[in-house]
Design a protein around this ligand. Structure first.
Ligand code: UDP
Length: 253
């Protein structure tokens, strides 16, 4: 097969030119990074799990009318997506205090928030993705007021959908990050959910035990990350055979 043209390479994914105009192929790597890429590792099977999990969440969102970039999965590590113009903001939704909000505002991790909070961070690795207010976004032209309203409503719909899905399998959705892109249908512009939705970009705690099932396992050295993601996938009924496709040997008595 002819070598595809690489359009972009990030920390966890690579984008290639797609087969038709307006499409891209998104490849999920096994690389994990944290603390603005100061901590790095390769975690075998992570890319396969995130490809399948992101497919699962985005397919569900598409089905309930929340538009996403996802078209179809191509293979174990790749999916076909719509090309979008990414808005340079990370949109974080929080249901329970953890991570940076706990540090910034001195709220103990695990404290339920009085209502979901939507925050925006400016996507800029050199600056460490700083928290920004709507004022900054409007003044610097990163998005218009209408875009901001649409982003908040998209983010809250994603939150309701994911919270319910996870609750059904005994997992609390503490917080998550999404990225949003613009697409044009002729002169008409609309916003759709892009990038990925996976345990790399969510905080997921077991409701019974509080056990962490997300990237904090890697950030805070709490155990094997691939095992945590496999557990999330298994509970959701995604890849019950695990990322290698081989079931572990079981002892027959
Ligand atoms: N997050 C992410 N990418 C980032 C920053 C945050 O996916 O570059 C996710 C993170 O996994 C968590 C949520 O956004 O689910 C909120 O992260 P927080 O602001 O607490 O930052 P952190 O403590 O992860 O640095």
């Amino acid at each position: 097969m002819a070598r595809r043209k690489k359009v972009y390479e990030g920390k966890a994914k690579i984008l290639y030119e797609g087969p038709e105009p307006g499409t891209l192929v998104q490849y999920f790597k096994d690389d994990a990074t944290a603390f603005n890429a100061e901590k790095r590792a390769t975690i075998e099977g992570k890319g396969v799990l995130n490809n399948r999990l992101s497919e699962f969440f985005m397919t569900g969102l598409n089905a309930i009318g929340v538009p996403t970039h996802f078209i179809r999965r191509i293979n174990m590590r790749e999916q076909l997506i719509r090309a979008v113009e990414i808005i340079p903001l990370e949109v974080v939704v929080r249901n329970v205090a953890a991570g940076s909000i706990s540090k910034r505002l001195g709220i103990e991790e695990g404290t339920p928030l009085p209502r979901p909070i939507v925050e925006f961070y400016f996507k800029n690795d050199e600056l460490g993705d700083p928290l920004v207010a709507e004022e900054h976004i409007l003044a610097f032209g990163w998005a218009a007021q209408q875009d901001l309203d649409d982003m908040v409503s998209l983010a809250l719909r994603v939150n309701d959908f994911l919270s319910g899905l996870f609750l059904g399998v005994g997992i609390r959705l503490v917080d998550f990050k999404i990225e949003i892109g613009r697409i044009w249908d002729g002169d008409y512009m609309r916003l759709i959910v892009a990038d990925e939705i996976s345990p790399d970009s969510c905080r997921l705690w077991d409701i019974e035990t509080g056990k962490k099932l997300d990237k904090d396992v890697f950030r805070r050295d709490l155990g094997n990350l691939a095992d945590a993601y496999t557990e999330v996938a298994r509970r959701l009924g995604v890849m019950p055979q695990g990322p290698t496709g081989v079931t572990k040997p079981t002892l027959i008595n």
